[in-house]
Write a protein that binds this ligand. Structure first.
Ligand code: SAM
Length: 280
C-alpha cells in the first residue's frame, strides 16, 4: 500500500489509541488509504471547498480528504476515544482540520465553515439515512451544501437511485431525485471494512440541483410520499385515505388514477399531488 501521508498506518493508529470497534456506534472502519483517497476523489475537486465529515472514527477518510486537497475539513465524531488519533492528523495538516466531539444529529456545523461546502461520510447506516433526509428536505433550496458523498448499505443506495416501477422505488428515490442528481459511484464488498459488516456497501454521490425538478412544498411532499409508500401494495385512494378530505379529487387533479399504486407513480406526478393538496 503506498503512503498518502507521513502519518502511521491506520492499523497502528488503532492499536496505539486502542480503538476497538464498537457495534453500538456502528463502527466499521476503512483502513485502506488508497480506498479512502478514491472515495475523496468521488467528491470532486475540493481545493476551494470546505468539507463536513460526519463520523471520522480513526480518520481514514479524513486523511483521504486532506491528502486529496480539501481546503478545510470539519469532522464531527461522537466517540471521544477517536480524538487523539484525529488530533495527530490535525497536526500533520496545520489549519485544515477542525474536530468537533458530539452527535452529528444535534450539531449545526455551519458557523464554522465558508461556502462552497461538501459533505462526505462513512456513517452508521441508520444515522446516515436520517441525516440524508434532513439534508434533502430543508424548506428553501438550494441548500447550504453543493454535494454529498455518502456510504450506504447497498440496498439503500439502490433505493436512492431507483426508477418508478421497481421494487426499490419509494420515499428515498423521490426525495433524492427531486432536488439532486444521485449516482452510485462505487461498490464495496464487506471485506473493505474492519470489522467486516454482514452486508455490501456503496458510495452515492449527490449533486444539488440549482432548483427542484418540479415545484412542491417539501413538508407536504414528504408527508404524501411517506403515506403513499407506507402501504405500497394498496391502491393510492386507499393508501392515502385520511391524509386530506377528497383525496381522490387531488389524485385526479394530479393526473393520477385513484386505482394506481405508489410504486408506479413518477416524481412529477407526486409533486403535482403535493401541490394540489397544499393548495386545498
Ligand atoms: N469514517 C470512518 C471510516 O471510514 O473508517 C469511520 C466509519 S464508522 C462506519 C462510523 C463512525 O461514525 C464511527 O467513528 C462512529 O463513532 C461515528 N458516529 C456514529 N454515530 C455518530 C453520530 N450520531 N454523530 C457523529 N459520529 C457518529
Amino acid at each position: 500500500m503506498s503512503a498518502i501521508d507521513d502519518l502511521p498506518p491506520l492499523r497502528d493508529v488503532i492499536n496505539t489509541f486502542e480503538l476497538r470497534a464498537r457495534k453500538s456506534l456502528g463502527q466499521n472502519f476503512l483502513l485502506d488509504l488508497n480506498l479512502t483517497s478514491r472515495i475523496a476523489r468521488i467528491a470532486g475537486d475540493l481545493s476551494q471547498t470546505d468539507v463536513i465529515e460526519v463520523g471520522p472514527g480513526p480518520g481514514g477518510l479524513t486523511r483521504g480528504l486532506l491528502a486529496e486537497g480539501a481546503r478545510k475539513v470539519l469532522a464531527i465524531e461522537k466517540d471521544a476515544r477517536c480524538l487523539p488519533a484525529l488530533a495527530q492528523i490535525a497536526r500533520a495538516y496545520p489549519g485544515r482540520l477542525e474536530v468537533i466531539e458530539g452527535d452529528a444529529l444535534k450539531i449545526d456545523p455551519l458557523a464554522h465553515l465558508t461556502p462552497p461546502i461538501a459533505i462526505c461520510a462513512n456513517l452508521p447506516y441508520n444515522v446516515g439515512t436520517e441525516l440524508l433526509v434532513r439534508w434533502l428536505t430543508p424548506k428553501d433550496w438550494p441548500p447550504f451544501w453543493s454535494s454529498l458523498t455518502l456510504m450506504f448499505q447497498k440496498e439503500v443506495a439502490e433505493r436512492i437511485v431507483a426508477e418508478p416501477g421497481s421494487k426499490a422505488y419509494g420515499r428515498l428515490a423521490i426525495l433524492s431525485q427531486w432536488r439532486t442528481e444521485p449516482r452510485i459511484a462505487l461498490h464495496l464488498p464487506p471485506e473493505a471494512f474492519t470489522p467486516a459488516p454482514k452486508v455490501s456497501s456503496a458510495v452515492v454521490h449527490f449533486t444539488a440541483l440549482p432548483e427542484p425538478r418540479f415545484p412542491a412544498d417539501p413538508a407536504v411532499l414528504e408527508r404524501v410520499v411517506a403515506k403513499a409508500f407506507n402501504q405500497r401494495r394498496k391502491m393510492l385512494r386507499a393508501a392515502l385515505k385520511g391524509l386530506v378530505p377528497d383525496v381522490e379529487d387531488h389524485l385526479l387533479a394530479a393526473g393520477i388514477a385513484p386505482t394506481e399504486r405508489a410504486e408506479r407513480v413518477p416524481l412529477e406526478q407526486f409533486c403535482a399531488l403535493a401541490r394540489s393538496i397544499a393548495g386545498a
